[in-house]
Design a protein. Structure first.
Length: 385
């Protein structure tokens, strides 16, 4: 018999809304920064910084984006299983037992150094790769001064070398020392490319910049720009957002239902550890979202707020795994089923990922990328509930 079950209601408890117009706007703004011959290679790793890798990548495919980067082979496979087309570069380590997935899903693997290149080569079958050059980050990549080792990578018979790249580590900082370091990284990279050409090795695609690099060093954008956080309409900090000089629009909002409203009388305490004590008769609402959904527990006890009816309601007591308490004493007519905004806009008020990051002592990248899987994600228009 046919399955007559109703589809799940995605906005019943807590969910993420993705603004399609904002994403399209950001793509357009970032494309205007690209020099001729350069295209976007969005970073959709960590579930597209919490936004939903498949949803975001599908929309980017519709916008003509045909190159992506992910952190793991599993992330790449998920995109292929959902019909995402174009180059998919795996930026991180892949275990040899997963090399078959690189070929099965037509993924491009990063060569981490010469020893890893030899492991890839010994697999015995052609694997598409980009070679990573360490120009100062001291993370992945063969050191730029080790030209003999880099040359040996290019001699590996089973590596189909389609690109070469590096990563800038202080492109977001504008001190004279950081600017000088970034230029030194670029010079080291170009010196490697020039020496490889002298030795007869071809570097088909080159890429250097991620979000900050594209914003502040667009002249270094070669064949690809690996935009990440900027694509999603935010930057790592409020200062970065104010400094960048372009108009980006946040793509993501987080909303949750109010499960119930109750009275709290003067002197009564609430929540784990009884950390909130009402100084007067109060009204509190139980909001159906918690740290299990990726909301930082550090926002507990008045540090953070949510928006209800365009008014800030402070979080009181400790945030729980699945719920939080907020003080709604100054907000009239709140009832079960109403919506609280955790990130986003309500009326004239808004809470940004940078707001949460400042309250949590981190960056917006972390706030977004640790959002939980049980938050349903949907592209929606801007509308109130």
């Amino acid at each position: 018999m046919p399955d007559k079950r109703e589809p799940a209601f995605c906005r019943g408890r807590a969910w993420i809304e993705l603004d399609q117009k904002a994403l399209r706007h950001n793509v357009g703004v970032l494309r205007k920064l690209l020099p001729d011959g350069c295209e976007l290679m969005p970073a959709v790793k960590t579930n597209a910084y919490g936004h939903g890798a498949v949803l975001i990548s599908r929309e980017l495919n519709r916008l003509g984006v045909n190159a992506f980067c992910v952190a793991t082979v599993q992330e790449g496979a998920e995109l292929r299983n959902n019909d995402i087309t174009g180059t998919i570069l795996v930026l991180g380590y892949t275990h040899p037992k997963d090399f078959l997935l690189l070929r099965r899903y037509h993924l491009t693997q990063t060569v981490l150094d010469l020893s890893y290149a030899k492991i890839l080569d010994r697999y015995g079958k052609k694997i598409s790769v980009h070679v990573k050059i360490d120009t100062g980050m001291r993370r992945l990549g063969e050191r730029s001064e080790k030209i003999e080792e880099i040359s040996k990578i290019f001699e590996c018979r089973n590596l189909n070398i389609e690109g070469i790249f590096t990563h800038l580590c202080v492109a977001d900082e504008n001190s004279s020392e950081s600017v000088a370091f970034t230029h030194a990284q670029a010079k080291a990279f170009y010196d490697v490319v020039a020496e490889l050409h002298q030795r007869g090795f071809i570097c088909p695609k080159k890429h250097i910049v991620s979000s900050d690099g594209l914003l502040y060093y667009p002249e270094l954008a070669e064949n690809y720009a690996r935009v990440g956080i900027a694509l999603y309409g935010v930057l790592s900090t409020r200062a970065d957002t104010e400094r960048c000089g372009i108009s980006l629009e946040p793509v993501l909002s987080i909303k949750a239902r109010i499960a119930l409203v109750k009275d709290l009388f003067q002197g009564e305490a609430a929540g784990y550890g009884l950390q909130f004590v009402a100084s007067q008769d109060s009204r509190i609402a139980v909001v159906a979202i918690g740290y299990g959904d990726g909301i930082p527990r550090s926002l507990s006890c008045g540090v953070g707020s949510v928006l209800i009816q365009g008014i800030k309601a402070p979080i009181v007591g400790r945030i729980c795994m699945d719920q939080m308490l907020v003080d709604i004493s100054n907000i009239p007519n709140v009832k079960a089923g109403d919506v609280a905004v955790i990130i986003g806009q309500s009326g004239d008020e808004k809470i940004t990922a940078c707001d949460l990051a400042e309250q949590d002592g981190t960056i917006s990248n972390e706030i977004l990328s640790r959002l939980g899987e049980r938050l349903e994600r949907q592209f929606v228009g801007k509308k109130e509930f």
